[in-house]
Design a protein around this ligand. Structure first.
Ligand code: DAT
Ligand code: MG
Length: 161
């Protein structure tokens, strides 16, 4: 069972969309494995967005992501990394289809309200930046599991962080 890292950026928190966005992941059938409201340090922001450090928008991106509280989350499910990216829509909201999170809630590239890991490897790396060992909750039995999956897997006993 895969895990992904999702962050609701400061614009999502300020605009009051925490509940609505979380609801989309719940309704889909994904399972929550970690959740916290936090103010990201500059150091962690630079590590998280390290792949973009030579891009012209890097400074502004770090400023923005550290400008207010964010909601950091771990979500679990079959193919959740790719599915969450589909639910989020294209990076630039002007290209995000209506019905996607960015398509429905955002207009501007620099205020695109949500982050989601782009691969299983990125998810692992990012989860370990935002969550301390022991903070994720992987081993809880969800009573609806057999209504989400035809062949449900038992809850993970060991978390990835
Ligand atoms: P994503 O967030 O869809 O994974 P990304 O990793 O390419 O997209 O970029 C990270 C964030 O940086 C993105 O959510 C918004 C911002 N960004 C990307 N390209 C940009 C650009 N050309 N100008 C300004 N901000 C940009
Ligand atoms: Mg990215």
């Amino acid at each position: 069972m895969e895990q992904t890292f999702i962050a609701l950026k400061p614009d999502a928190v300020q605009r009051g969309y925490i509940g609505e966005i979380i609801q989309r992941f719940e309704r889909k059938g994904f399972k929550l494995a970690g959740l916290k409201l936090m103010h990201l340090s500059r150091e962690k922001a630079e590590t998280h967005y390290g792949e973009h450090k030579d891009k012209p928008f890097f400074g502004g991106l770090v400023e923005f992501i550290t400008s207010g509280p964010i909601v950091a989350m771990a979500w679990e499910g079959n193919n959740v990394v790719a599915e969450a990216r589909k639910m989020m829509g294209a990076t630039n909201p002007k290209d995000s289809a209506p019905g996607t999170i960015r398509g429905d809630f955002a207009v501007d590239l620099g205020r695109n309200i949500i982050h989601g890991s782009d691969s299983v490897e990125s998810a692992q790396r990012e989860l370990s930046i935002f969550f301390e060992p022991g903070e994720l909750v992987c081993n809880w039995d969800r009573s609806t599991e057999k209504w989400v999956y035809e062949k449900p897997e038992p809850a993970k006993q060991a978390c990835s962080v």
